[in-house]
Design a protein around this ligand. Structure first.
Ligand code: ACM
Ligand code: ZN
Length: 644
């Protein structure tokens, strides 16, 4: 199991070999609509929605009415009017609740609590004469506004100004609230650094789809990205590595004397700016400082922090040899350093959780280290798993002294869980199940559904080799976060994780995230009973139109053909195709020419391979128009897949 999930993430250098091995073998239901056919297409699907006759027309004299003296609601109204103005050219005025004449969009904080909708829910009512959004708390008004934006024509995006349009919003009644309180996305900024501007853009996008936790993976073997004033070497040394281009797993080790010029970090002022940006969008940031493993950037900065004290450079790609990636648990000075780090981190991030990593700590050096062995003896610890648990418990005490709660990857279960820890389940769902059975909270992010660094389509099309196996958007959509037999009160929610080994650019980060994060947003927000792939598809596609206007990148993999070799009754290979959307047609050739809709059409039954054919080329069409990308794959490669 462990190896399999390491493969998914490929954080460990052994995965490098696995990558090479892998490469070498290598009708939709209607959205809610009214009698005149007006539709609404909202992601995530609201709890209750009804479309009525008629529409509200947005014009420049519409006012946004907000409660007096509430800063958060005022900010929500401001963000709304900025977005409307960028898209439509209309500048809506915000006014206090006293001036109520004329057509308005009214954001109302309930005086009498509506218990059905909790702290993040809202009731949205669109009538020709006006729009109201009611909520118990400002977060609910923010989410109501996000829904309202999705009711506007899909041209409405930050960059999509179209002045000639009528801005009609269908009359609607929506009551909505989330299934889970933790609806997250994780971005790894260690393997490749992303600027604060990009991080803000990423947070803005997730918030529009009602995701509310941004897990910021700030440290790892390939870079330390957060300024710690008490330990300046962490960013002076640890934030920089030698520049390399190409495939991450082929990156060469630093050469003697070579300058480390690639990287970057966030100053504490940058962090404050991002935190404030996120707060305005009701996104809580969970910072991660990954210890005691994944610590080479730390160790490169302070070599005395490892058991071996050897001076290494920050990794350019995967570890290049036998670098010691793990902090020494016997060295008391490390706990002083960690106290400094977590004090500064706690002061910067207002959320209650801090993520301490805790994953994939190689214990070999602990076995050989006199200080680690002495610690085990002094503390009566029987094995290195218990030494790890000792380390995590001390982290929990440090965090508790700053008023924070500890969350860590599921390895923190090994050797005994700290009293108040929350577990992030990644090596499948077992960590979440074990945590819940012990009465601890869990956040579900199992590798096989939630690792959005994995490819999302056929390798031969995708080319972005971002870790296998493929996790398609329909796989993500089918994930149910509460495991069978587990008390749902222990499942805080879940998140998608974008590990950054192969994510070299902001455009690629968006490509990997979207549209799969639409599926994540729906599985963490929408009631289980309302989940429906056929209803999701057109709603997802409506968002893709917005993304095109907003110039947000996304993967079109859902439109591609996927090929599946099968055996006939005599054991000969035949080929079948699958598509994630049921209204796609697949066309193919065996003569190494581009297929189009005059080529052979896949008839939903296995195809025989003509004698001598060496490749199959295939693509998809929808309603007579090309839509998918070209798949080219060798017959021998398919035979290799069949053998597995
Ligand atoms: C992980 O993927 N090592 C949490
Ligand atoms: Zn040690």
């Amino acid at each position: 199991m462990k190896t399999k999930f390491r493969f998914l993430r490929m954080k460990h250098y052994c995965s490098y070999l696995v990558v090479l091995m892998f490469l070498s073998v290598c009708g939709m239901s209607a959205s809610a609509q009214n009698a005149s056919g007006q539709k609404i297409q909202v992601v995530p699907m609201p709890v209750k929605e009804k479309v009525n006759a008629g529409a509200f027309t947005l014009t420049s004299d519409v006012k946004i009415i907000i409660p007096d003296g509430n800063k958060e609601v005022e900010t929500t109204a401001q963000l709304f009017s900025e977005q409307v103005s960028a898209s439509t050219g209309l500048s809506l005025k915000k006014i206090g609740s006293a001036g109520t004449n004329g057509k308005s969009i009214r954001l109302i904080l309930n005086k009498v609590q509506n218990n059905a909708i909790g702290t993040e829910g809202y009731v949205l009512n669109v009538k020709p004469s006006g729009i109201t959004i009611n909520a118990n708390k400002p977060a609910g008004l923010f989410y109501g506004v996000q829904t309202l934006i999705q009711l506007l024509p899909s041209e409405t995006g930050q960059g999509g100004k179209i002045n000639s349009k009528s801005w009609n919003i269908p009359c609607t009644e929506i009551t909505d609230y989330p299934r889970f309180g933790w609806r997250g996305l994780m971005l790894d900024v260690s393997r490749h650094f992303f600027t604060k501007e990009f991080v803000k853009r990423y947070i803005d996008q997730m918030a529009k789809y009602k995701m509310n936790v941004f897990h910021w993976h700030l440290t790892d073997n390939q870079g330390w990205r957060i300024e710690i004033k008490g330990l300046p070497e962490l960013t002076r040394v640890g934030a920089w590595r030698v520049p390399r281009t190409g495939r991450f797993w082929t990156f060469e080790a630093p050469q003697p004397g070579e300058k480390a010029t690639d990287g970057g970090y966030y100053t504490q002022e940058d962090i404050k700016e991002v935190v404030s940006y996120a707060q305005k969008r009701f996104v809580t940031i969970v910072p991660e400082v990954d210890v005691p493993g994944h610590s080479l950037a730390f160790i490169a900065s302070y070599p005395e922090a490892s058991c071996t004290h050897v001076k290494y450079a920050v990794n350019a790609g995967f570890p290049h040899g036998d670098e010691d990636l793990v902090l020494c648990v016997g060295n008391e000075d490390n706990f002083k350093k960690l106290e400094t780090i977590f004090s500064e981190v706690a002061a910067l991030f207002p959320g209650k959780y801090i993520h301490i990593g805790g994953d994939e700590a190689n214990k070999d050096n602990w076995k050989k280290c006199p200080l680690c062995q002495k610690r085990m003896k002094d503390e009566g610890l029987k094995n290195e798993e218990q030494l790890q648990s000792y380390f995590i418990k001390r982290m929990e005490k440090i965090l508790a002294s700053k008023g924070k709660k500890l969350i860590g990857w599921d390895e923190i279960l090994e050797g005994g869980l700290s009293p108040d820890a929350t577990v992030m389940s990644w090596r499948g769902v077992e960590g979440g199940i074990a945590a819940a059975k012990e009465g601890h909270y869990a956040v579900m992010s199992p590798g096989q559904y939630c690792y959005i660094n994995s490819m999302q389509g056929e390798l031969n099309i995708e080319k972005v080799y971002a870790g296998g196996p493929t996790i398609r958007i329909s796989d993500v959509y089918n994930y149910e976060p509460v495991p069978d037999g587990v008390d749902s009160k222990y499942i805080l929610g879940g998140q998608g994780n974008l590990w950054g080994e192969f994510v070299t650019s902001p455009r690629l980060a968006e490509y990997m995230t979207w549209p799969r994060a639409f599926a994540l947003s729906e599985i963490f927000w929408t009631p289980k009973e309302k989940k429906d792939w056929n209803s999701f598809v057109p709603r997802m596609e409506a968002q893709l139109k917005r993304f095109e206007k907003e110039k947000v990148n996304y993967a079109p993999s859902v439109y591609d053909p996927a090929i599946v070799p099968v055996k006939d009754k005599d054991g000969n290979m035949q080929l079948t195709f699958k598509t994630e959307l049921n209204d796609l047609e697949v066309y193919y050739t065996f003569d190494c020419t581009f297929p189009d809709n005059f080529s052979a059409k896949y008839q939903q039954k296995p195809i025989d391979i003509p004698t001598g054919a060496s490749e199959i080329w295939a693509t998809t069409y929808r309603n007579g128009k090309p839509i998918g990308r070209l798949l080219v794959i060798g017959i021998n490669e398919l035979k290799g897949r069949l053998g597995k």
